[in-house]
Design a protein around this ligand. Structure first.
Ligand code: NAG
Ligand code: NAG
Ligand code: NAG
Length: 205
């Protein structure tokens, strides 16, 4: 009887944790806004981020570039569960498969065309070619990518996140550009160590 009771309690705890994990965004705050520890009073300047002022005036970078306005760059976002990133795609560039562990991503294509897609937990790919003005939502935590297939036109998008610090896990970087040993990767990808080393050397450059 006692064992049954403990088991029930354990299941209840696990279930509550899963439920919490499934619904949680950034933690709710109990004040209007949060100030950095060394700051006691602010004015409108604190709630203003000017770091992207020139981003649409300067030439598009030669390789794919993400410029974030998240908690780190814009401290007033702390506790507000929102952030932005600007994505710039020169012709032919890709934002390789990655995930955001703490948020969905709502992409709004401002300039050009983009091929986008995500893969769900059943390994089904949902992809689309977006035109200027289109939006696409990448569900929270799922692997996704964006690709500017065009050889002459650049593309620019803005992405909104439901977290001040959505986080990015790059699949190529996480798998092949950290210290996971070659033999583990060779076994995992059902290939040999030389193939793994070849992939690794391309990413390290
Ligand atoms: C508070 O600390 C941050 C980081 O340590 C610093 O950049 C900022 O200038 C400080 N602000 C004040 C008002 O001291
Ligand atoms: C607002 O605060 C900033 C410092 O964070 C200060 O430089 C600025 O002068 C203040 N503006 C006004 C209108 O008080
Ligand atoms: C791989 O790691 C190195 C060293 O940390 C870094 O300079 C490089 O940009 C990384 N490459 C990729 C594709 O993540």
């Amino acid at each position: 009887m006692a064992i049954k009771h403990e088991l029930f309690f354990l299941l209840a705890v696990v279930f509550a944790a899963i439920l919490n994990g499934a619904t949680a965004g950034d933690p709710d705050i109990t004040s209007d806004f949060l100030l950095p520890q060394n700051v006691t009073s602010v004015n409108g300047t604190f709630f203003t981020y000017t770091g992207l002022r020139n981003i649409f005036l300067t030439a598009i970078p030669p390789t794919f570039k993400v410029t974030k306005a998240s908690l780190k760059e814009f401290p007033a976002l702390d506790g507000q569960s929102v952030s932005y990133a600007v994505l710039q795609f020169p012709a032919g560039s890709v934002n390789p498969p990655h995930t955001h562990p703490r948020s969905a991503e709502l992409l709004f294509l401002l300039v050009g065309c983009l091929e986008v897609g995500f893969v769900d937990t059943k390994n089904i790919l949902y992809s689309q070619t977006l035109q200027t003005g289109d939006m696409f939502v990448f569900p929270k935590g799922l692997v996704h990518f964006q690709y500017n297939r065009y050889s002459s036109n650049s593309a620019v998008a803005i992405s909104a996140f439901g977290s001040a610090n959505a986080g990015t896990v790059s699949i190529p970087g996480t798998v092949f550009n950290t210290s996971i040993s070659d033999d583990i990767l060779a076994k995992s990808f059902k290939t040999d160590v030389a193939t793994i080393q070849k992939i690794k050397s391309g990413l390290a450059a």
